[in-house]
Ligand binder design. Structure first.
Ligand SMILES: NC(=O)C1=CN([C@@H]2O[C@H](COP(=O)(O)OP(=O)(O)OC[C@H]3O[C@@H](n4cnc5c(N)ncnc54)[C@H](O)[C@@H]3O)[C@@H](O)[C@H]2O)C=CC1
Ligand SMILES: O=C(O)CCC(=O)C(=O)O
Length: 528
């Protein structure tokens, strides 16, 4: 498999990828150049410079994963990638400290005019009274976005004896309180904050959150720091507020257009501190994000779950450790259920019994859905696009959980309801890793879920299995394993034969015609 690295990332991450994959490094490609070559690659690694737009994703026929060596994925068209089943992952933690410390540096540089003082001295001046600053101690800092970086900045601001207020509707009052931060609404903060610092993602909601109206609501003489994303502030409105003296100053690391354009109005102002998107630019952060993105890309290319995917439900490591052995089993159960079901599936119910019911099983349910959809759709269905596809097909998904168990410590049961009835497949782990199908439509079985399986419910009487075996043997089809499962109630049994190859239709018809056979289906559990 081939990986394209399109932006500069640390050697340490590249070396990790090179151990397993072919890696091409091609920096500063124009959009047309990237579009022309992207079709050859299975994975793409970028930072913020390369814009991974819809046309590029559409041209990426083999692409399975886009890795962002950093946090913000606003340079990637995640929606188009999701529709195409391409995993988008980031490296959310590797540069948190770098961006946090840069924000604190910007806050202090802004309050003490350090860049202006440096420039003045380099120009041979000694301007002590002109460069009078303000202390941060005792001042109020308004933090917009109390996530990883926002929380880190808040902690450091509190250590500098600032009062910290935050706006973040997605975190709990308890979380904020444990940081020593008071949660408040936007306008409440704007009215009292001496300093405001932004740590939001750039989204439809946050684009130009700081427009002329909001900037006008800031306390006169307030100072603004933005080390998040340029698009969150309307730069023209900010420049006007700074020029009018409404704001005392601003420290900006990120811009609407990067690299910054020569006519950006901020460049003409003296009361600004500007850095060229340096938030993540520390040696430590660049190694951190490169290694994290390499680990994510490697997992994605090997079809393993990715803990840092942004277009799949996130999954904590401890949950992943528990569910990982069940993932293949769940997918094969979905695949078996769709092959055995008669009619159009309207609902999939996935039941979890035993200890497994106590954890987040969304990813296992998605694995079942993936198993159901892959055999029936042309397109590649994966953990990224499966939830969206199943919704558009009108199939309801239901999870049922119970701690109760019968014969198995943990049991997963898939019920596929169709317009003609219901198919039930249950699976369990034997030992720590060995997945087995243990129930098919009420028949107790013990089937390894792989390869070609011939499944035939039949009347429970002698001779039937032998006749099926003979039909296969006469046509040189080797049986790998065979077993018969029974129900106590119906007087019928089910045979499950693992065979080495596809069974041609005429032989299947012969098997179906065996006296006492109720049905016969050939299922391929190899997967796409
Ligand atoms: N300047 C630089 O080089 C760097 C910039 N960044 C940027 O910093 C920002 C923050 O990164 P992290 O703290 O790692 O992200 P995070 O995801 O940990 O935190 C973002 C916070 O914003 C909150 N949020 C989201 N939408 C919101 C809204 N509409 N209103 C209020 N709060 C909202 C979320 O609840 C979350 O707590 C991102 O934009 C990221 O791209 C990150 C690293 C380096
Ligand atoms: O890759 C970079 O240097 C930018 C980092 C950044 O902005 C992010 O991680 O969101």
């Amino acid at each position: 498999m081939k990986i394209l690295v399109a932006d500069p990332v640390s050697e340490k991450g590249i070396a990790l990828l090179q151990k397993e994959f072919a890696v091409d490094i091609q920096l500063q490609l124009s959009p047309d150049e990237l579009m022309a070559i992207i079709g050859q690659y299975d994975a793409l690694v970028v930072r913020s410079e390369t814009k991974v737009t819809a046309p590029i994703i559409e041209a990426a026929e083999r692409l399975k994963v886009i890795g962002r060596a950093g946090v913000g994925v606003d340079n990637i068209d995640v929606e188009t990638a999701t529709k195409k089943g391409i995993i988008v992952l980031n490296a959310p933690e590797g540069n948190t400290m770098a961006a946090t410390e840069h924000t604190v540096a910007m806050l202090l540089a802004l309050s003490r005019n350090i860049p202006q003082a440096y420039a003045s001295m380099k120009a041979g001046k000694w301007e002590r009274s002109k460069l009078m600053g303000v202390e941060v101690r005792g001042k109020t800092l308004g933090v917009f976005g109390l996530g990883r970086i926002g929380a880190g900045v808040a902690k450091r601001a509190i250590a500098m004896e600032m009062n910290v207020m935050a706006y973040d509707p997605y975190i709990s009052a308890h979380q904020a309180k444990s940081l020593g931060v008071e949660l408040a609404e936007i306008d409440e903060i704007l009215a009292v904050a001496d300093f405001v610092t932004l740590h939001l993602p750039l989204t439809v909601e946050t684009r130009h959150l700081f427009n002329a109206d909001r900037l006008a609501k800031l306390k006169p003489g307030a100072r603004l720091v933005n080390c998040a994303r340029g698009g969150i502030i309307d730069e023209a409105a900010l420049a006007a507020a700074l020029a009018a003296g409404k704001l005392a100053g601003a420290a900006i690391d990120v811009f609407g257009k990067e690299p910054i354009e020569a006519d950006n109005p901020l460049l003409a102002l003296d009361n600004v501190v500007l850095t060229p998107h340096l938030g993540a630019s520390t040696a430590e952060a660049q190694i951190g994000v490169a290694v994290d993105v390499a680990v994510g890309i490697s997992a994605a290319l090997k079809g393993e779950p990715v803990t840092t995917a942004v277009n799949m439900a996130p999954i904590p490591r401890h949950v992943l450790d528990i569910i990982k052995p069940y993932l293949t089993l769940a997918e094969k159960m979905g695949c078996l259920a769709v092959h055995l079901a008669e009619g159009r599936i309207s609902e999939l119910q996935v039941e979890y019994n035993g200890e497994i019911s106590g954890i987040d099983t969304k990813m296992l349910t998605t694995a079942v859905v993936k198993g159901v959809l892959n055999p029936i759709l042309q397109e590649r269905v994966n953990f990224v696009n499966a939830p969206g596809i199943v919704k558009t097909r009108g199939i309801k998904i239901r999870e049922v959980k119970s701690k109760d168990t019968t014969h198995f410590a943990n049991l997963i049961t898939v019920r596929a309801a169709t317009d003609k009835g219901e198919t039930v497949v249950a699976g369990a782990l034997f030992g720590k890793e060995e997945g087995r199908i243990v129930i098919i439509d009420g028949y107790r079985v013990d089937v390894e879920p792989k390869g070609w399986l011939l499944i035939g419910p039949h009347i429970d009487k002698p001779g039937i299995v032998g006749k099926v075996g003979t039909a296969l043997g006469d046509n040189n089809i080797n049986i790998v394993s065979m077993q018969v499962g029974r129900t106590v109630t119906t007087g019928t049994s089910i045979m499950v034969m693992a065979v080495e190859q596809d069974i041609p239709t005429p032989i299947m018809l012969k098997i179906k015609a065996v006296d006492g056979i109720l049905d016969a289906k050939l299922v391929n559990l190899c997967g796409k």
